[in-house]
Design a protein around this ligand. Structure first.
Ligand SMILES: CC(C)(COP(=O)(O)OP(=O)(O)OC[C@H]1O[C@@H](n2cnc3c(N)ncnc32)[C@H](O)[C@@H]1OP(=O)(O)O)[C@@H](O)C(=O)NCCC(=O)NCCS
Length: 198
């Protein structure tokens, strides 16, 4: 992509947000933003992301977040993605559902109801995962590819599967081989620092 295309896309897409931080990058040709959507400094949004907030609802994306290809966030009340969180390709986040209880009525005609979703600071949500209504994902938590997350995930835990279940903590009680791998890779490559002064 050349500089003119990049600048054009950034200009066009940045106008879609209710609040826009500095240094955001909108890389894709297509980006759907409907309703009230805020995005913080230095966040990055890739191709064909869809962010839709109903009337009166809010999607609030923090600083330094990544929304990768084809992410969908559909909001009826409140969805927050906190600073530094990363949503890999095809992640879907929704804070509501059709009422399916106490009636046999068609799904079209029953009420929708909503409970806010929070994706915590530095959390990493793997490709194709679905984050369901009312879920809070803790700081630094990791969600595996294809997970269906229906329960709160505590900070720094790794959850996988459908429905998502605890796999292990990122630093506590690691099997010896994983601790060894971590020690080797960190010794060899270090931990990168932020390139900017946030
Ligand atoms: C969750 C994840 C981080 C775990 O990585 P890991 O610790 O190296 O996992 P392993 O491959 O050693 O698997 C450990 C166990 O978890 C299971 N597992 C791993 N990922 C899983 C997933 N996505 N769903 C279900 N089970 C999974 C494995 O089957 C294995 O189970 P077992 O111990 O019963 O054999 C990784 O599998 C993952 O999903 N990463 C996200 C990748 C991604 O989305 N990248 C996008 C680019 S930003």
């Amino acid at each position: 992509m050349n500089g003119i295309t990049r600048a054009y896309r950034n200009f066009v897409h940045s106008r879609k947000f209710a609040k826009l931080g500095t240094g955001c990058r909108f890389i894709g040709r297509d980006l759907t933003v409907e309703g009230h959507v805020e995005i913080g400094d230095y966040s990055r949004v890739r191709e064909d992301v869809k962010l839709r907030a109903s009337k009166g609802a809010k999607i609030i994306i923090g600083k330094r977040c990544l929304l990768s290809w084809n992410v969908i966030i559909e909001c009826g009340e409140l969805i927050e993605v906190h600073d530094g969180a990363g949503l890999a390709e095809y992640v879907r986040v929704r804070d509501g559902t059709h009422l399916i209880y106490g009636t046999e009525a068609n799904w079209r005609y029953v009420p929708n109801y909503f409970t806010p979703v929070i994706i915590g600071e530095d959390a990493w949500i793997g490709s194709g995962a679905y984050v369901s209504k009312g879920v809070k994902i803790g700081k630094g938590a990791v969600i595996g590819v294809g997970a269906m997350v229906t329960k709160d995930v505590p900070p720094y835990e790794i959850w996988v599967g459908s429905p998502a279940r605890y796999l292990r903590h990122r630093t506590h009680d690691l099997p010896e081989e994983l601790q060894k791998l971590a020690d080797e890779l960190i010794k060899k490559y270090g931990i990168k620092e932020d390139r900017r002064d946030w």
